[in-house]
Design a protein around this ligand. Sequence first.
Ligand code: APR
Length: 171
Amino acid sequence: MTIRVTEGDITTVPVDAIVNAANNSLLGGGGVDGAIHRAAGPELLAECRLLGGCRTGDAKITRAYALPARYVIHTVGPVWQGGDRGEADMLARCYWRSLVLAADYGLKSIAFPAISTGAYGYPVEHAAQVAAAATHAWLFSNPGTGVEDVRFVCFDILATSHYRRAVQALG
Ligand code: APR
């Protein structure tokens, strides 16, 4: 079981599932959401329209169409509001729910972007710590699910350095 951090464009990563940092409508947006929809093609939006949206902290799965991944897991992170509105717990739920879906679908590899750290304003150092701790906790409290390759794919050097430090701190 590995958790690793790479810098790059998540739409190019050939894993079983990439995770999309979506919004509650699931009807596309900017940032990684926009990149994923552009790379997947219009069929992704057509499938998303059938899902009826997604609550913050929850996750839903679709096919990946023209992407190299097999599935896209759409999750909706919290908007940062200063840190005392339950944002950390909600962000952790995004990772847990995505991992549960990956396990339910028998997937082995999953790649996450730095959820909520762009338009949603979550401070990247804290988000990285929440992401690493939540993922590590889920993997070690759910042994034998088959999910064994977890990646954080960061789009810039700052996020990459914070996610690397957070994963290294897991020991
Ligand atoms: N690959 C990997 N990471 C990416 C990519 C990419 N191609 N493009 C952007 N990112 C990174 C950003 O640099 C940021 O670190 O994804 C992280 C999350 O940023 P956003 O995409 O802005 O997502 P978020 O902060 O969760 O805000 C979600 O933005 O795009 C809209 O529809 C989306 O309303 C939702 C909101």
